[in-house]
Design a protein around this ligand. Sequence first.
Ligand code: MGD
Ligand code: MGD
Ligand code: SF4
Ligand code: MO
Length: 822
Amino acid sequence: MAYKRHIDRLPIIPADAKKHNVTCHYCIVGCGYHAYTWPVNKQGGTAADANAFGVDLAEQQPAETEAWYAPSMYNIVRQDGKDVHLVIKPDHGCVVNSGLGSVRGARMAENRRSDKTGTQQQRLTEPMVWRYGTWQPTSWNDALDLVARVTARVIDKDDEDDLFVSMFDHGGSAGGYENTWGTGKLYFGSMKVRNCRIHNRPAYNSEVHSTRDMGIDELNYAYEDYTLTDTIMLVGTNPLECQTNLFLNHMVPGIRNGAKVIIVDPRRTVTTNACEVEAGAENVLHLAIKTGTDLALFNTLFTYIADQGWVDKDFIAASTFQGDVAVGLDEAHPAALGSFEMARAKCRTSLAEGASITGLSEADIVKAAEWIAKPKDDGSRRKCATGYEKGIIWGNDNYRVIGALMNIGLATGNIGREGGGVCRLGGHQEGYFRPSDAHVGRPAPYIDQLIIGGRGKVHHIWANDHYKTTLNATEFKREYNRRTNMVKDAMDAHAGSTREQLVDAIVGAINAGGLFSVNVDIIHSQIGQAAHVILPAVESGEMNLTSMNGERRLRLVEKYMDGPGNAKPDCLIAAGIAQNLERVLREQGRDAYADQFKGYDWETEEDAFMDGYHSGNPEVTYDRLRAMGNNGVQEPVVGYENGKLVGTKRLYTDGRFTRHGREDGKALFCGGEWRGLQAPGKAYQRDNFAFLINNGRANVIWQNWFLDKANDFVSDRFPIPYIEINPEDMADLGVKAGDLVEVFNDVGATQALVYPTPTARRKETFMVFGAPNGAQGNIVNAGTNELMLPNYKHTWANIRKISDAPASAADLSFKSMEYSAG
Ligand SMILES: Nc1nc2c(c(=O)[nH]1)N[C@H]1C(S)=C(S)[C@@H](COP(=O)(O)OP(=O)(O)OC[C@H]3O[C@@H](n4cnc5c(=O)[nH]c(N)nc54)[C@H](O)[C@@H]3O)O[C@H]1N2
Ligand SMILES: Nc1nc2c(c(=O)[nH]1)N[C@H]1C(S)=C(S)[C@@H](COP(=O)(O)OP(=O)(O)OC[C@H]3O[C@@H](n4cnc5c(=O)[nH]c(N)nc54)[C@H](O)[C@@H]3O)O[C@H]1N2
Ligand code: SF4
Ligand SMILES: [Mo]
């Protein structure tokens, strides 16, 4: 074990340390932190006036003291070119987390690049270009000139289909309003790029089309609704591990106030375990459905609740569409939308049918309906707050399932009301401000399949690594390697030639089927190994960055340290690409097209913020956000009064629903009946392979492990991804804890360590996704739901032993991850 080998004692934060507002840039919850920095040759003292906490540290502190920090919250970094101590510790005054950290957020400091403590040396410090058979460091001018010259050869005014773009659309880490605007202005303003995709799915579309088409934004409540509700319903989500402080600081208090919990997940998660410990098992209903059958469950609940008359008639009359069908079923709408009665007729499912499809008992379905909607003894309405995430978003029949869940919320009057809400629990924070994407169309192009099919000539990638996280990854990587190698070969053959000759050679290779790849990242990623130009970005904290969290809380993270080397904010990199394109196009006499790339004379990220977000939200400036501190303001911002931004606690309190853009302000119900596993190839896998390879996240790991793989705390715990398997299945397979197994099916193969899991159902495994040395996406097939929504969760494969635990994993613990009340 190598924890904290560089630290024997921690310095005391001096009273005059600089204090910056920070929102954790990892998950959607957006916990408040403070970053303290001070010169490396100073430290505070134990006297109350000598330390930042203002308390006498020579005395024993009480258990709940704020006056401490952990080694993981500490580092030495550069600030304005000088070494400083850095402490990033949770903010007790932030209403989101009330001083709680998490196993991810509380390691922000140790995950900064430091030349003094040696952390995250993998961070990119300068642009690199493929030269002489490897990546060679170079200047921004040189790198961006090459990007612009090659890109300019494949695009023209009104003909930009050969430029493919993969780009983040979120806030927090790798995103934020500054950076979505910078990239958005470039690709959707100056250009109208159609062949683009988002970081986590193979097309440029919504993850949740149906809720929006029904008129309802996916983040419509306030976190405090969990403390004001009677029932918390969690669908396809594991908030203890994935939205940790939303669970600990809002759901647990709600449970302690008496809320019951319904969990819909084929797997018993540690969230289920924790809810049972907090609420008592009798107040937790885990609906362990057959994988992918959520739609049948929700339609049964909707039918039963409506038949019992437990609906909010006044709300339905006043706030929802009256009539029959408002939007018909077509290629862009995988279910008809319209009135309550229309949906009720379409979705009608009896208890017996529902029980048989989902594998649940009728009694449990009735119990869930009662917990959601049965009026209390005094006749008053029950409140239910519902959160859903990737178990249904990356699940079966995305459009209809989310629509069916929204139906229940609408019918019971639980949207726009205190203690209610039907909301995404979320992934990253949000931070989307871009010109319209309407030109992309719906259904949007399936980018990965186009690349595999030989389409696209230049690919710009912003902050994602499809090699670890896309679907059909085995085939994608093979084709991507083959096509980018053609270009590398052409570049190698022209080593030492002029820029013109080099660009000609690259274009020659592209026209023969090659692909030119530009990678903007903070590390040299796996897909970045295939790239020809690598552009180094800075992260949150190394720039000022604004994002909003899962209750639409907008905050400014104040820059507290320098980025590594020459790395720049993504928005300024986008500006650099635009400026170089303008210059190159003008040189080539393409003036009208060059003119489209004007307007990027930003010096700082704040300029990008003012050009983008501020232009649409004129009340909001950096200064005003700074003044709002870590509690920020909940979007939409509706005014500025008495020195404060005025926000919106929850959406739709006026009963008018607008997300679909309909003038009548009426919400629509979704009429989608159950139709089995919807994405192509899923039923085939289910019928032909022995194990379900359910997959997703674990508390300690962040996303595709991009920082974790260079972090001792995580890489010591999980040097290789694990797969949870029931011990009896292990016996059948002849494997023991920690063995390395191959997981393989009709589309590819990957590997993982066996984690014995007695609570796992037979033949149903769970594998952590996104690992550098065992990408689960290798075995996810190419089939998507309608509107190009991937179904990562429903993958089946066979398993065989590769070897005993490799040396790196030989002494790992495989203790149960469940905990007990004691
Ligand atoms: N620790 C940690 N936290 C994170 C992240 C991380 O990498 N690490 N990533 C962030 C991001 S980007 C995202 S998108 C979120 C994701 O957050 P979540 O969606 O909460 O997490 P997942 O583990 O992807 O999947 C959730 C659950 O879906 C269940 N599931 C699988 N199939 C089905 C099904 O058919 N029906 C139902 N109802 N459930 C099913 C799985 O068993 C799993 O428990 O987490 C965010 N938070
Ligand atoms: N099998 C399976 N596959 C899945 C999922 C699943 O549940 N199962 N979930 C999907 C989901 S919800 C998600 S969000 C995706 C995640 O898929 P990705 O988006 O590919 O994964 P991340 O780890 O978020 O990638 C972040 C990348 O951006 C870089 N980066 C970090 N900060 C910055 C920055 O400030 N600027 C720049 N330019 N780069 C930066 C990191 O080094 C890293 O390479 O995976 C999806 N794929
Ligand atoms: S819960 Fe999410 S936002 Fe909060 S500290 Fe953990 S990773 Fe960061
Ligand atoms: Mo995500």
